[in-house]
Design a protein around this ligand. Structure first.
Ligand code: AMP
Ligand code: TRP
Length: 326
C-alpha cells in the first residue's frame, strides 16, 4: 500500500511564489508516489475575522491554484476542510489531550499574539490542534510544508504519541517534508522576514497571479545588499534570497546561476530574474484560466466524499478507544 501525504494552505490573501516554491511545488512532485490529500483549510482562516463573500471566493480560487499547479484530481484528493466535519471534531479531542504550555511555546502563536495581551483570539491559540487533526485523521506519513510549519509538525507528533500511549496504537506518527532549498523565501522588501500573504507591503511578495508588469516592478524595487556581486551568500540575505528564487524558477544548478551573472551587476540580474519568474508562472497562469467554476465545485465535492470516508473511520476509532459511541 502507498504511504499517505497530507498538506494544506489557507484560502486567505494571495498565494505567492514562496507558497509555491516552499510547498505546492513539492506536493506536485510527490503526489504520484503517495496517496495524496490536499486541503483548503477554511476553518484555519476564520481564526481571524474574514469577510464571508471574500472567504467563499478565495476558497474556490485556492482550489483553482492547486489545480493550476499540477495537482491531478484523478489521482490526488482535493477538498475543503469544512466539508469534512471530522476535522473540527478531532480538533476538540486534541484540545483535551494538549497542554497550555505546549501551545504557548508555538512561535507562530507568540508572533501573532504580540501586543494583543488577553485579547488574543482563542482560535489562534488552538490553531495548531486543528492542523494536527487534519494530519492525524488521514494517518498521514509525510507532510510537505515550508519551514514555518516545522514546530506545528513536532507538536502533532507529540500529540499522536501521547494518544497512542494512553489509548492504544491509533495514529501514524507523521514526518515533515521540508525542501532543502526554498522552504523559506523571504520578503522582497525585508529579507529578514518571510514572504507572507498578509504583508501590508504588496511589493514584498510576487503573487502567483501577478501580471508581467507588476512582477517587473516588484523585482526592480526589491531591496539589495551593499556590494555588487551576484552570489549565494547567507551574510547578504537580500541577494541570497533573489538568487534562490532564480535558481528555483530556472532549475539551474547554483554554480550556473552565479556564472551567468559574474561581473554583471544587480540591474542586469534583476531584469533576468523578472523575466525568469514571468516565464515560470506563464503555464501556471494559463492553466488557472482553463478550469470552469462548476468543474472545480465537482472536484471538491468528490474530494470531500473520498476524504470523509477515511476521516470518519479514524474518528470512530478514536471515539471507540475513549468510550464514546459513534
Ligand atoms: P500559508 O500561506 O500559511 O497558507 O502556507 C501554505 C504553505 O506555504 C505552508 O506549507 C507554508 O509553510 C508555505 N509557505 C508560506 N510562506 C512561505 C515562504 N515565505 N517560503 C516558503 N514556504 C512558505
Ligand atoms: N497551518 C498551515 C499554514 O498556515 C496550513 C495547514 C493547515 C496545514 N493544516 C495543515 C499544512 C495540515 C500541512 C498539514 O501554512
Amino acid at each position: 500500500m502507498k504511504k499517505r501525504i497530507f498538506s494544506g494552505a489557507q484560502p486567505t490573501g494571495n498565494l505567492h511564489i514562496g507558497n509555491y516554491l516552499g510547498a505546492l511545488k513539492n506536493w506536485v512532485a510527490l503526489q504520484k508516489d503517495y496517496e495524496s490529500f490536499f486541503c483548503i483549510v477554511n476553518l484555519h482562516a476564520i481564526t481571524v475575522p474574514q469577510n464571508p463573500e471574500v472567504l467563499r471566493r478565495k476558497t474556490l480560487e485556492l482550489a483553482r491554484i492547486y489545480l493550476a499547479s499540477g495537482i491531478d484530481p484523478t489521482h490526488s484528493v482535493i477538498f475543503v476542510q469544512s466539508d469534512v466535519p471530522e476535522h473540527a471534531e478531532l480538533a476538540w479531542v486534541l484540545c483535551c489531550i494538549a497542554r497550555m504550555g505546549e501551545l504557548e511555546r508555538m512561535t507562530q502563536f507568540k508572533d501573532k499574539s504580540k501586543g494583543k495581551g488577553e485579547n488574543v483570539g482563542t482560535g489562534i491559540f488552538v490553531y495548531p490542534l486543528l492542523m494536527a487533526s487534519d494530519i492525524l485523521l488521514y494517518k498521514t506519513h509525510l507532510v510537505p510544508v515550508g519551514q514555518d510549519q516545522k514546530q506545528h509538525l513536532e507538536l502533532t507528533r507529540d500529540l499522536a504519541e501521547r494518544f497512542n500511549r494512553d489509548y492504544g496504537e491509533t495514529f501514524v506518527i507523521p514526518e515533515p517534508y521540508i525542501p532543502p532549498v526554498g522552504s523559506k523565501i523571504q520578503s522582497l522588501q525585508n529579507p529578514t522576514k518571510k514572504m507572507s500573504k498578509s504583508d501590508e507591503d504588496a511589493n514584498g511578495a510576487i503573487f502567483l497571479l501577478d501580471d508581467a508588469d507588476s512582477i517587473r516592478k516588484k523585482i526592480k524595487k526589491a531591496v539589495t545588499d551593499s556590494g555588487m556581486e551576484v552570489k549565494f551568500d547567507e551574510s547578504r540575505p537580500a541577494i541570497n534570497n533573489l538568487l534562490t528564487i532564480y535558481r528555483l524558477v530556472t532549475n539551474l544548478p547554483p554554480e550556473e546561476c552565479e556564472a551567468r551573472f559574474a561581473g554583471k551587476g544587480y540591474g542586469y540580474f534583476k531584469t533576468e530574474l523578472a523575466e525568469a519568474i514571468i516565464e515560470f508562472l506563464k503555464p501556471f497562469q494559463q492553466r488557472a484560466k482553463s478550469f470552469k467554476d462548476e468543474e472545480i465545485v465537482e472536484i471538491l465535492k468528490s474530494g470531500a466524499e473520498k476524504a470523509r470516508e477515511i476521516a470518519s473511520q479514524t474518528l470512530k476509532e478514536v471515539y471507540d478507544k475513549m468510550g464514546i459511541n459513534r
